[in-house]
Design a protein around this ligand. Structure first.
Ligand code: AMP
Ligand code: MG
Length: 720
């Protein structure tokens, strides 16, 4: 459908309803998984019952009509069902006919008691087979409503609606029970909205089932999870917020902003057949996630701009940018974008701490013996040979001594045993003689010899590990020892990898003019090594429209995107031109070899690293620029490659003005060899090498034996 000409701002108010199928009133205190109504620009309200929420919507409708204004109400449950149900129940393939049919049969009391399971059972009973509805409490005896989805068979309806192909995370309408099942919400929500529509005849239109362009009140199905990344991020900024409240607020504000920008029309005219829309409905905003996300980012005071749109800006007139200047700009412009989650320590390997972790217990928790030997009070001993009577019993790790040791006596004590009262010093077994009644050794002994103080390793309450630290095996030992079982960690950064270029093919066969996509598997593997979540965005040819669509989809799923190819300023550099037109592009000509320009852009709030197409250049640019930038965005802080100085096993003369990275490895003497050819098309040199030799920006004459900086791949966080 072509969007017709519409007034630039269509709605004076936008409300979002987060519905609930609860069977009892929800708690008096505002709680999650209850009903929330958000009004753009006016905050949100909490409702304990569906009846109260509908009363509030009725007020909104009345106010709107009284002021001669327009109101859009978005509700977060399906407004239609998969193909066939409406016609099977009402004789017409129209969702609105089903609305009336359901409104006549659904019962929903002011205290939330309702007949939704019985109603679904009754619908199932009308059809052959078992289903389509399923899910109920085990205690409810309803012969035609199976408890499990897999117990269904032979019923005549598809599992999903057409729109759910675009929004695969949406739950199917048939599932009625347990968390996240929208089926129950629709069975109670559709009748509630149908009654609202009846209460204001001729004033309320339901999108996209009936003409709505001139109705004062429009009802539309929405899916707040389209903004899941923004909601998650808002929750990290304000962890005490209630997710449902954040969702309705963000979505209402985002839609209102799009409306103000005259950008709501594309969402309201989905590209789907009219009969599908009239029967199954549609989700407002499906397929337009990038626009919604951008609007949510732009409106929410809860979300500090994750990254400024000009975060990659370079001062005008700068021609060749030195590597260090480029790195400093990146470091200043970027900030953490990863959201956080609590997770069991056992699942923490490789994850980045989002908060300092304090010791919940001292290590060691109590003073104990560091050796096997005999313990006593130091004050009772002195110079020369000491003979102490042995107390009966012993202290061992895990089996503490039950009692106290008399002053002047000694007790057999083993490594790790808690020092019992009366013991502050231990003599090493090898330094003693004993007949079983007395122990003898040479004094003097240092007070507290061979003992460990409580908390000498880590005091209780001390910071065991700082925020930004990536958890490795030894860190799991440390945190476990100090009683930590859960950590607040950043979620892994989702980084998309997209290859571009008409000549690229993913796999054999290839025509003579085609080449295989070498960059994508390389970049995906690098991301994995760096602890991010790689997202394979595939390959797209040099086609502006498809490139834009791919970036839109990427922006909805990714925290950052790495592309390769098409990043220069030439005729065939479609990506650079698209980014310049529709995103915010800074093309950096970095004084570096290999390198050529690096395109850095924002695509609806998501940073795009436009790497060169050449695999050698793509690899080196990813190591030098993308790695520290992504590390910062992931919460692990800026990082510098770890290298060391070794003698050169080569000679080279280099002019001033750019930094060079040579593919290198160490020979048997620990000297750096470099790959025979510096040609940037030589991928074999990347595989031959175990690291890079970094030659400084200034001119340099390297002779064999001169010190050079070797940066092993491992120092860039790549696995061996
Ligand atoms: P471009 O940056 O698009 O000008 O590409 C520079 C060179 O890298 C060209 O020879 C491309 O064919 C090559 N190239 C681009 N993308 C890839 C890729 N994904 N895998 C291997 N080579 C590529
Ligand atoms: Mg190209």
């Amino acid at each position: 459908m072509e969007p017709p000409r519409l007034p630039p701002m269509m709605f004076d108010r936008i409300a979002i309803l987060d519905w609930s199928a609860a069977s009892t009133p929800t708690p008096a205190r505002p709680s999650p998984d209850a009903i929330w109504i958000g009004v753009a620009g006016a905050g949100e309200s909490y409702h304990r019952t569906r009846a109260q929420a509908m009363a509030r919507l009725g007020e909104l409708v009345e106010q709107t009509l009284a002021r001669n204004e327009r109101l859009l109400i978005g509700a977060d449950f399906p407004f239609g069902y998969p193909a066939g149900l409406a016609a099977a129940l009402t004789g017409q393939p129209l969702a609105l006919a089903l609305w009336d049919w359901l409104a006549d049969r659904a019962e929903d009391a002011p205290d939330n008691r309702n007949n939704r399971f019985a109603l679904a059972n009754d619908i199932n009973a009308r059809f052959a087979g078992t289903g389509p509805f399923w899910g109920r409490p085990a205690t409810l005896q309803l012969p035609d409503l199976p408890q499990k989805g897999r117990d269904r068979h032979g019923h005549p309806f598809p599992e999903r609606r057409a729109v759910e192909v675009l929004v695969p995370t949406a739950q199917p309408c048939w599932k009625l029970f347990t968390t996240g099942s929208v089926g129950s919400q629709a069975l109670l929500g559709i009748p509630a909205l149908a009654r609202l529509r009846r209460a204001f005849p001729g004033q309320i239109a339901v999108w996209p089932f009936e003409p709505w362009e001139s109705a004062p009140i429009v009802l539309a199905e929405v899916y707040p999870s389209l903004l899941a990344p923004q909601v998650r991020h808002a929750m990290t900024v304000d962890p005490a917020a209630i997710k449902d409240a954040v969702q309705v607020r963000l979505l209402a504000n985002a839609l209102a902003l799009l409306d103000r920008e005259a950008a709501l029309a594309p969402l309201l005219f989905p590209d789907a057949p009219p009969d599908v829309l009239a029967e199954q409905g549609w989700i407002l905003g499906a397929g337009h996630e990038a626009a919604l996300r951008r609007a949510a980012l732009a409106t929410s005071p809860l979300i500090p701009p994750r990254l400024r749109n000009d975060c990659f800006a370079m001062p005008q007139g700068v021609d060749w940018v030195p590597v260090d200047t480029a790195l400093a700009r990146l470091r200043d412009g970027l900030s953490v974008v990863a959201s956080t989650e609590n997770l069991p320590l056992a699942q923490g390997q490789g994850r980045v701490l989002a908060a300092d972790v304090s010791a919940l217990r001292a290590n060691p928790p109590s003073p104990n013996a560091a050796v096997d030997g005999y313990g006593f009070a130091h004050a009772a001993t002195g110079m020369g040979v000491q003979r102490l009577p042995l107390a009966t019993g012993r202290a061992a790790a895990g089996v503490p001594f039950d009692g106290s040791v008399p002053h002047g006596s000694a007790l057999r004590i083993l490594t790790g045993a808690i020092l019992p009262p009366g013991v502050d010093t231990v003599v090493l077994e090898e330094d003693t003689a004993t007949d079983g009644h007395t122990v003898a050794f040479d004094g003097p002994l240092r007070a507290h010899a061979n003992t460990r103080r409580a908390g000498e390793d880590v005091a209780m309450g001390a910071t065991a590990l700082p925020r930004g630290h990536r958890l490795r095996a030894p860190d799991l030992a440390l945190l476990t020892a100090v009683g930590v079982t859960d950590v607040l960690a950043y979620r892994p950064l989702r980084v998309g990898v997209l290859s571009t270029g008409d000549e690229i093919v993913p796999a054999p066969p290839a025509l003579p003019h085609q080449i295989f996509d070498a960059n994508r598997p390389m970049l995906l593997a690098m991301l994995r090594d760096w602890g991010h979540q790689p997202i394979d965005l595939g390959h797209v040819g040099d086609d502006r429209r498809r490139l834009a669509a791919r970036l839109d989809r990427a922006a909805a799923r990714c925290d950052a995107v790495m592309t390769s190819g098409g990043a220069s300023a030439g005729d065939e550099d479609h990506l650079a031109r698209l980014l310049a037109d529709r995103g915010v592009l800074s093309s950096w000509r970095i004084a570096m070899k290999p390198g050529r320009p690096l395109a850095l852009a924002m695509w609806y709030g998501v940073p795009v690293f436009g790497l060169p197409g050449n695999p050698v250049a793509a690899f080196v640019c990813a190591l030098i620029f993308a790695r520290p930038a992504l590390s910062l965005m992931a919460g692990a802080g800026w990082c510098v490659p770890q290298g060391f100085t070794v003698p050169a096993a080569f000679a080279k003369s280099k002019k001033a003005g750019r930094r060079e990275y040579l593919r290198a490895r160490l020979d048997d003497h620990g000297h750096a060899q470099v790959y025979a050819s510096e040609g940037s098309g030589r991928i074999s040199g990347l595989a031959w090498a175990t690291g890079l030799v970094e030659l400084p920006d200034a001119a340099i004459e390297v002779a064999a034996g001169d010190p050079v900086q070797f940066l092993p791949y491992a120092g860039f966080g790549l696995s061996g």
